[in-house]
Design a protein around this ligand. Structure first.
Ligand code: F6P
Length: 339
């Protein structure tokens, strides 16, 4: 059996560990043939691929990024009948057959898994593996990449504490997560953030200012404000951290500084937890392929690997519930969510 594997969407730590998990299990346990597709769905459209042997998978477990390359190509976007773009899904189907594939493994986040589901509806044998630092894929408790991003973000918050203390400043840190607040919530709690702002809980800037002013009045020398990039930003000309930083100074007279952590959160070697999770997902994906249980995404539920239909995952988001126990506990300990 010959299987293709691609990685699409934003990269994250652990992708290579997942490729290795799929590939080694497919080759060693099942004697399958493995083909690596270049740059996500672009490689399927342009028929750019390379054979992968077991040897090619050695030494990649700890590598950040993806050895296959990635892109944000969405082949079904604008693929309405009569448009030129209709060709992309057709080309993917043609190339899948010409390459002699019996399954396409798609490693990606929400966009990728939606495309994977559509390709499955088009008759291709597809298996999905959820990856993203954002942890916002529906149907799984966790995506790999998230733990590494939380580790990096937490270290950044830890480092801000000492400089905030020296200068008696309010430090804001803006973290990734797209429309979800998972990274900000977890690293905010792990790093002891005084204010945590996530898109799922609308904030009021006056409440944040009031809270920070009160802390200063209580002689707390500094404060840390953790901001998810997806929170409301009324000033599109600047980052939300800069907007809030200016507003807080205006409303309280306190000195502020902001840091936008950015792509640091996505780069570099995966954490041990992500290496293990990606390996589990990859190996389980090969088992699913061998069982010809196509049209599924591997997922983690209560620390057990399960599979869920791609059609159920497609088009949904897993957001932080405002009643999440972590939110409630943080509130009970005095953390402000800007409300
Ligand atoms: O989905 C991962 C992510 O890093 C988000 O947190 C962020 O909003 C987005 O990707 C950035 O996308 P791009 O790589 O296209 O700049």
């Amino acid at each position: 059996m010959k299987i293709g594997i691609l990685t699409a969407g934003g990269d994250c730590p652990g992708i290579n560990a997942a490729i290795r998990g799929v590939g080694k299990t497919a080759i060693v346990k099942y004697g399958m043939e493995l083909v690596g597709i270049s740059d996500g769905f672009t490689g399927m459209i342009n028929k750019e691929y390379t054979s992968l042997t077991e040897k090619d998978l050695s030494g990649i477990l700890t590598l950040g990024g993806t050895i296959l390359g990635t892109s944000r190509e969405k082949p079904f976007k604008n693929s309405v009948k009569g448009s030129k773009e209709i060709k992309k899904p057709v080309l993917i189907k043609e190339h899948y057959e010409q390459m002699g594939l019996e399954c396409l493994v798609c490693i990606g986040g929400n966009g990728t898994l939606k495309t994977a589901s559509l390709l499955s509806q088009e008759g291709l044998n597809v298996v999905g593996i959820p990856k993203t630092i954002d942890n916002d894929v529906w149907g799984t408790d966790i995506t790999f990449g998230f733990d590494s991003a939380v580790n990096i973000a937490t270290e950044a918050i830890d480092r801000l504490h000492s400089t905030a203390n020296s200068h008696k400043r309010i430090m804001l840190i803006e973290l990734m997560g797209h429309n979800a607040g998972w990274i900000a919530l977890y690293s905010g709690i792990a790093g002891g953030g005084d204010v945590i702002l996530i898109p799922e809980i609308p904030y009021k800037v006056e409440k944040i200012a009031e809270y920070l002013f009160h802390r200063a009045e209580e002689n707390k020398p500094y404060s840390i404000v953790v901001v998810a990039e997806g929170v409301e930003n009324p000033d599109k000309t600047k980052s939300v951290a800069r907007y809030l930083s200016n507003m807080i100074t205006e409303l309280t007279g306190l000195e502020t500084r902001e840091t936008v952590l950015g792509y640091i959160q996505r780069g570099g070697t995966p954490s041990p937890m992500d290496r293990v999770l990606a390996t589990r997902y990859g190996s389980a994906a090969a088992d699913i392929i061998a069982a010809r249980d196509f049209g599924k995404m591997v997922a983690l539920k209560n620390n057990e690997i399960v599979s869920v239909p791609l059609a159920d995952v497609a088009g949904k988001l897993k957001l932080v519930s405002p009643d999440n126990p972590l939110v409630m506990q943080a509130r009970n300990m005095g953390t402000s969510f800007g409300t």
